[in-house]
Design a protein around this ligand. Structure first.
Ligand code: CAA
Length: 258
């Protein structure tokens, strides 16, 4: 497949890398960009050889948000029928781990894309923000919902209502990002983590992600129930038996994904 707005490559065993590639517009996300990302993730979901995906920008910027030039001139009927929403939902449905490597600006839809990932690794030059208020709009791809869950009410309100950005250290302290690194190492750190996760038993990884995502959707008792069911399902996998046997035999496990 050839793509216009992204680069796609297989890195190491089981790790797929998507790189945003619209440098002239600071990786602004037009409809096509989101469609290409969603297509790649959908294909990766169906490919048993792919275990983890990493999404990255450049060393200077992740993504400057929705493509403002594309948005200009649209009205409510266009926004209602906006295909970007369906691409975003397809990205959300990716069932394997998605890691975002964020250097520089992650603004508006770019911040929202990073938050669609399961884990964010940030360069110390990263800037996260939801500046939509400056354009007379509000975040439209999850920013009012995911940011508040990630950083809490006060900081999320401050960011969305004022449009002010936060730096990587603040994002780390608030729990938006898992790790901060020098920008030239961000991608390598994300890939390293991807390699570690790719070597884990894939069914357990998938169910762990699925169960954790439920934490945002359900009450605690229902979430605990969901977790228990996922835990029970795993008792039927060969990888679970292999993991337990390998521990007792003091050897490395050989996971097969069965
Ligand atoms: N859409 C379209 N084009 C964009 C863009 C965007 N979001 N962001 C930057 N560009 C373009 C600029 O228009 C400029 O193009 P020209 O060279 O043709 O003039 C080029 O990228 C370089 O931009 P700057 O000269 O501004 O670069 P900079 O390094 O000085 O600043 C920046 C970078 C801080 C990211 C600045 O470009 C900026 O503030 N961009 C807009 C950020 C923004 O408001 N994002 C929210 C968009 S709305 C949204 O995302 C809605 C949603 O929730 C889904």
């Amino acid at each position: 497949m050839s793509y216009q707005d992204i680069l796609v490559e297989s890195r190491d065993t089981g790790v797929h890398l998507i790189t945003l590639n619209r440098p002239k517009v600071r990786n602004a996300l037009r409809t096509r960009t989101l469609e290409e990302i969603a297509d790649v993730l959908e294909a990766a979901d169906a490919d048993p050889d792919i275990r983890v995906c990493v999404i990255a920008g450049s060393e200077e910027y992740f993504a400057a948000g929705a493509d403002i030039k594309e948005m200009a001139g649209t009205g409510p009927v266009d926004v209602l029928a906006d295909p970007r929403q369906s691409h975003r939902r397809r990205i959300d449905r990716f069932s394997k781990p998605l890691i975002a490597a964020v250097n520089g600006y992650a603004l508006g839809g770019g911040c929202e894309l990073a938050m669609q990932a399961d884990i964010i690794i940030a360069g110390d030059n990263a800037r996260f923000g939801q500046p939509e208020i400056n354009l007379g709009i509000i975040p439209g791809a999850g920013g009012t919902q995911r940011l508040i869950r990630a950083v809490g009410q006060s900081l999320a309100m401050k960011m969305v209502l004022s449009g002010e950005m936060i730096d990587a250290r603040t994002a780390r302290e608030a729990g938006l990002v898992a790790e901060v690194s020098p920008p030239e190492l961000t991608l390598e750190k994300a890939l390293e983590l991807a390699r570690i996760i790719a070597a884990k038993p894939p069914v357990a990884v998938r169910l762990a992600k699925d169960a954790m995502r439920q934490a945002f959707e359900t009450a605690l008792s229902a979430g605990l129930d969901y977790e228990r069911k996922a835990f029970t399902i795993l008792a039927a996998t060969e990888d679970r038996n292999e993991g337990l046997a390998a521990f007792m035999a003091k050897r490395k496990p050989r996971f097969t994904g069965r």
